[in-house]
Write a protein that binds this ligand. Sequence first.
Ligand SMILES: *[C@@H]1O[C@H](CO)[C@@H](O)[C@H](O)[C@H]1NC(C)=O
Ligand SMILES: *[C@@H]1O[C@H](CO)[C@@H](O)[C@H](O)[C@H]1NC(C)=O
Ligand SMILES: *[C@@H]1O[C@H](CO)[C@@H](O)[C@H](O)[C@H]1NC(C)=O
Ligand SMILES: *[C@@H]1O[C@H](CO)[C@@H](O)[C@H](O)[C@H]1NC(C)=O
Ligand SMILES: CC(=O)N[C@@H]1CO[C@H](CO)[C@@H](O)[C@@H]1O
Length: 380
Amino acid sequence: MLLSYFVPYIFLAAAWAKILYAGVNESGGEFGVFAPVDTPGFGLPGRFGVDYAFINKSTVDIFVDQEKINFFRVTFLMERMCPLAFGLGRKFNETYFQEYADAVNYITLVKGAYALIDPHNYMRYNDPSMQPFTGSVIGNSSDPTAATTQQFEEFWNELAFRFVHNPNVLFGINNEPHDMPTDLLLKNNQAAINGIRSAGALQLILAPGNGFTGGHSWTQLTGAAGDAPSSDFMNKLVDPIKNTAIDIHEYLDVDFSGGHAECTQPGPSNLANVTAWLRENNLKAVVSEFGGGDNENCFEFIDDLVKYLAANDEWIGWSIWAAGPLWGTNSPCCGPDTGSLEPGEVNDMGEPNAFSTVWAASIRPNIPTDLKRVGISSLH
Ligand SMILES: *[C@@H]1O[C@H](CO)[C@@H](O)[C@H](O)[C@H]1NC(C)=O
Ligand SMILES: *[C@@H]1O[C@H](CO)[C@@H](O)[C@H](O)[C@H]1NC(C)=O
Ligand SMILES: *[C@@H]1O[C@H](CO)[C@@H](O)[C@H](O)[C@H]1NC(C)=O
Ligand SMILES: *[C@@H]1O[C@H](CO)[C@@H](O)[C@H](O)[C@H]1NC(C)=O
Ligand SMILES: CC(=O)N[C@@H]1CO[C@H](CO)[C@@H](O)[C@@H]1O
């Protein structure tokens, strides 16, 4: 009895020490632009607090003070930060920037947690109306309306410069690139790294792969055109200060989309190849999106995934999808009745949402007690 109690405890305590960042997506800054048909400009710029919003400070308090997490992924839309009339680059909408900075600064400077800055754009800019498929792929030289890789570098240079003195931010280069040449994604990621470092910013960068940055498909051809595997390219990124990790998304349902309530794709075996690739290339990674529905099976699959991340040195953090102030009774993933992770809200049936079910059953017991609490965001 004593042995069976202590052995797993010691094992888990040792394993948990390696997770530095644990938390939740805060989604809402990208809301209000989705149209039933492709309509460039739809919902732009939108109204703060109505069409889009970043966080509810009270629920951030709950996550930090009661749940003791230290990590929030905070989404925004590049077409709002850089209005179409300006184009992608250094010129920002200062109103939107201030609203976003207010959310990031609350999480980091007031609450002492870490915030992952997430341009939620699928490596596309100019038409978010039917994301993830509309908008020109950044750096597509055959598309005269596409923003260039150079513009993307300038955008990141400006954004990083504005957060250069905030040690608690992380820079996520872009959400879920997909259906683009993988060598172009490498160029865009490298441009972002160059822009960030030339701004003097030293914080941790997360670089995504192709194929919606899926962990299960990291070493496979991806997309309709059979683009090269992310594993062929993302080990070629150069960060002069070696403070870049890989950004992975991994849902547990049949097609890895997060669209279904049932969990059937086991995280540990599906991530085995990318874990081996990380190890071979001496890289670390964060799972910045995953999720599961409100059912016992998913609770087990999520528990298995989070424990797997804790037990493997290559993984340094995770954030589940999703909380946020504007979800209402909607489900961000994993079946219509699951609801969001926003504390205090209910699901579409008026019953407790995923904060009371999924989070309570499979996240809360796995929140490490020794997360990183001080120092600039880094791999250690
Ligand atoms: C900037 O953002 C604010 C807040 O969403 C909006 O009211 C304003 O029209 C935007 N300006 C431009 C140039 O897009
Ligand atoms: C690049 O632009 C061309 C011309 O619009 C288009 O045919 C092609 O599909 C685009 N490539 C990607 C990866 O979107
Ligand atoms: C892992 O890699 C092996 C060898 O390349 C391949 O056969 C297998 O299908 C991959 N597994 C997954 C889940 O991608
Ligand atoms: C923010 O969260 C608190 C705590 O759950 C809730 O009482 C309040 O209504 C929320 N505010 C908004 C604007 O959603
Ligand atoms: C927006 C989002 O869902 N992010 C994860 C993290 O969350 C974003 C919210 O869109 C998901 O789309 C992305 O897929």
